[in-house]
Design a protein around this ligand. Sequence first.
Ligand code: CP
Length: 350
Amino acid sequence: MFETKHPYRVQLTESGQLKHFITTEGLPRELLTEILDTADSFVDMGAQQVKKVPLLRGRTVANLFFENSTRTLSTFELAAKRLSADVLNLNIATSSTKKGETLKDTLMTLAAMQSDMFVVRHSDSGAAHFIASEVTPGVAIINAGDGRHAHPTQAMLDMLTIRRHKGDFTQLRIAVVGDVLHSRVARSQLHALRTLGVAEVRVIAPRTLLPRDVENFGVKVYQDLTEGLRDVDVVMTLRLQRERMTSALLPSESEYFKLYGITDDRLAYAHPEAIVMHPGPINRGVEISSAVADGKRSVILDQVTNGIAVRMAVMSMAMSGQQAERQARADAEAAAAAEQGAEQGAANEA
Ligand code: CP
């Protein structure tokens, strides 16, 4: 676990522009809406023959994934390329990390190669905050998932998918189902859902898979799946995070599926037009049946597609924020130098 000085504020410039994207927690509704609106403008571009804009031309983006990934790494790479950036994917398995190089030294080395942005996935909660606040000034840091803490671009692609399918957040009843305790996705989703003004957010899980402070997220908690699903517009399923469980929290996966797996029978309790989401990777027959995952209410592959647009939005906004901050610093330095020159001139005349 890394310690940082200003975990939420560090991602914004003095004037409130995004310059890093570390967490959805603490960000204002206007900024989350700006991310969604910007992403919306990129979604249609994906269907065009030429899928490129020059917003990051001449910039270098380094993808640093210290944990495995399929969706996030691939869509960040595609997003950066569609923004015309040069992209470096560091292969951690064959990197000098394996010879004992620290995270800080790896990042300083890549910063010395004039990287403009690091996209970082790390198993330690707080890694992205630490890098943004302590390690590499001037490089935009995008959190691609840190420990149990946050996965903000996943949450925002989920929000975009909900908005494109269901419209106004304030009219929706949404259920998050499953392993909230170990899920960085759930934490980022719950902050975003609350900030965007969703009418009712429910969490459905066994007690052993809920954080002790879950009610602080402003959610209704259910242990019974069918009760919790009643009349919801959106079902957001979570993966069982076996790799983060340090003790036996479940009798078995088949028992979990019996009680909490999303099947067509269970889905019948939700609103007839409810959509079903899952961040992936899916454990079929554990969190969700294949019939539901591949069925007509599933928007799981839309989530993947929308991930490219959201990542394009976040990367272009963070780069603008970094540029604005550099400009503000240069202006302040020029003003200070002019003031000093004027004072010196006055002193010389006297
Ligand atoms: N949803 C998600 O983060 O998937 P990956 O681990 O495949 O990136």
